[in-house]
Ligand binder design. Structure first.
Ligand code: SF4
Ligand code: SF4
Length: 401
C-alpha cells in the first residue's frame, strides 16, 4: 500500500479528535493507575511496568502526581536539566524513599578516575536527598573504552560496599549500542541495562508492515542482545518507547479510546524483551494517558493500525536509536545517529534545552556538515532519512546558537 492511500484509510477510520487538540479523550473515566508491577531481572527490585523518565523534568509535582498513581521507579541523571531533574525527584520522594526505586547516571569517561566518579555520585545523592540510589548507570555508552576503564569497575565495587549503590547498569542509544551491550554482558558488569527500544525496532512488528510500504529492520542484533540479557537475569528497561513521540500528529487517527502512546507502550510491554518501559512524563495529561497502558493488555488490531500509521508518517523522519548502518558513511566522522537524536529532541519533543544539552556532549557535533560538499552520507539510510539535510539543520540550530 502506498503511503498516501494508507493515510487516507487512517483518516477515514473514524477520527474523534480535532487535529489541533492536544489532549486525548481517554477510554475510561476511572483515574488511570499502575496496574502491574514487575521484577527487574534478578535484582529482586519490583517496579511499576510503566515508569518515570526524568530527562525533561524540573517540576517535583509531576513526580508526586505519578507516585500517587502507583509509579514506583524514577529514572534521572546528573546531566538532566543541569541537576534540576535529580533535585525534583529528591524533593518529591524524600518522605517515601523506602517505597520507591531511584536510578541515576553519570557519564564516566574512559580514563576518568574513581575519585571523580565517586564525587559525581555523591553530588547526585545530595540533590536526590538520599544516601543511596537503587540503580546507578554509566550513561549513554557508545564506545567500549568507557566500559573497559578499570576505574569504573572499581568504583562500582566500592560504592556497592559502602551502600551508596545497590545495582549497576549501563544505558545507551548510540550506533555501537549492541557491541557495548555484548561487552557489558560478557564482562558481567551490569545488573540492569537501559536501552532505546520501540515497536519500530522490533522485527516482529517490521515483518507485519513491510508488505504495506518500504520499511526495513535495521537492528537485528538488538533483540538478540536484549534476549541474551534477559536470559542472564539482567534487567532490561526500555526508553524512547514512543519513536519520537509526535503525539499531536496522531490525534486525528485515534478512535474508540485507543491512543498511539498507549499502543506503543503496550507493544513494548508485550514484546517479551523488556521488563519495564520508561517514558518522559512532562505533564499530568501525559501521565494519565501513559498509565492507561499499564497492565500490558494485549495489542489490539486498532493499536497495530495506529503504530503502522505512525511509521508511514514518521518512518523516514525518525532515526532509529542505536542503528549503526550509516556510521561509516561520513568521512568527517560526524556521529550521525547521535546528531539526529538531539535534533529529534528539538523538532519532535520541542525541547530545546534537552537538545542543546545532548548536542553539547557530542564532540564536534555536525559542524562539518555546514560546509560539506561531498555529502557521502546521502543514500546511506535504508529508511530514506535525508541525513545531510537533517545533520546540517542540527548544526545550524545548535552550533550557531
Ligand atoms: S540515519 Fe538511518 S541508517 Fe543512520 S542511524 Fe539513523 S536509521 Fe540508521
Ligand atoms: S553532510 Fe557531509 S559531513 Fe555531514 S554527515 Fe553527511 S558526509 Fe558527513
Amino acid at each position: 500500500m502506498q503511503r498516501r492511500s494508507f493515510l487516507k484509510l487512517g483518516a477515514a477510520a473514524g477520527a474523534v479528535y480535532a487535529s489541533s487538540r492536544r489532549t486525548p479523550t481517554l477510554a475510561s473515566t476511572v483515574e488511570p493507575r499502575i496496574q502491574r508491577y514487575v521484577q527487574l531481572g534478578s535484582t529482586g527490585l519490583t517496579v511499576s511496568d510503566i515508569s518515570f523518565g526524568g530527562s525533561r523534568l524540573s517540576d517535583s509535582s509531576l513526580v508526586s502526581y505519578a507516585y500517587d498513581r502507583g509509579v514506583t521507579y524514577f529514572d534521572t541523571a546528573e546531566s538532566y536539566r543541569g541537576g534540576a531533574s535529580e533535585t525534583a525527584v529528591g524533593t518529591a520522594l524524600a518522605g517515601v524513599r523506602d517505597k520507591v526505586i531511584i536510578a541515576s547516571k553519570t557519564r564516566a569517561r574512559a580514563g576518568q578516575g574513581q575519585r571523580e566518579i565517586m564525587s559525581a555520585l555523591e553530588n547526585s545523592l545530595r540533590r536526590l536527598r538520599t544516601d543511596y540510589v537503587d540503580l546507578y548507570y554509566i550513561h549513554a555508552v557508545n564506545s567500549i573504552d568507557r566500559l573497559e576503564n578499570p576505574e569504573w569497575g572499581e568504583f562500582t565495587e566500592r560504592a556497592i560496599e559502602q551502600g551508596k549503590i545497590r545495582f549497576r547498569g549501563m544505558s545507551g542509544h548510540g550506533s555501537k549500542l549492541v557491541q557495548c551491550l555484548d561487552y557489558a554482558l560478557d564482562q558481567d558488569m551490569v545488573d540492569v541495562v537501559l536501552v532505546a527500544f520501540n515497536f519500530a525496532q522490533d522485527p516482529t512488528f517490521v515483518e507485519q508492515i513491510k508488505h504495506k510500504f518500504h520499511y526495513v529492520s535495521l537492528q537485528p542484533g538488538l533483540v538478540e542482545v536484549l534476549d541474551r540479557a534477559r536470559s542472564k537475569g539482567v534487567g532490561v528497561a526500555a526508553m524512547k518507547t514512543l519513536m519520537g513521540a509526535r503525539l499531536n500528529d496522531m490525534r486525528k487517527y485515534e478512535s474508540q479510546g485507543a491512543t498511539f502512546a498507549q499502543a506503543a507502550l503496550k507493544w513494548v510491554l508485550n514484546s517479551g524483551r523488556v521488563d519495564v518501559a520508561l517514558i518522559s512524563m512532562t505533564d499530568e495529561y501525559d501521565i494519565d494517558e501513559y498509565l492507561g497502558a499499564s497492565g500490558a493488555s494485549p495489542v489490539a488490531d486498532l493499536d497495530t493500525d495506529l503504530l503502522t500509521c505512525y511509521v508511514a508518517m514518521q518512518g523516514s523522519q525518525y532515526c532509529l536509536q542505536g542503528c549503526g548502518v550509516c556510521a561509516d558513511s561520513c568521512a568527517y566522522g560526524v556521529p550521525i545517529s547521535d546528531v539526529l537524536r538531539t535534533r529529534m529532541y528539538a523538532v519532535d519533543y520541542q525541547d530545546a534545552q534537552l537538545a542543546m544539552d545532548g548536542y553539547a556532549n557530542l564532540e564536534g557535533g555536525a559542524t562539518a556538515c555546514l560546509n560539506c560538499v561531498e555529502q557521502t552520507c546521502l543514500g546511506a539510510c535504508p529508511n530514506n532519512i535525508p541525513i545531510a539535510s537533517f545533520t546540517r539543520d542540527a548544526a545550524q540550530r545548535f552550533s550557531l546558537a
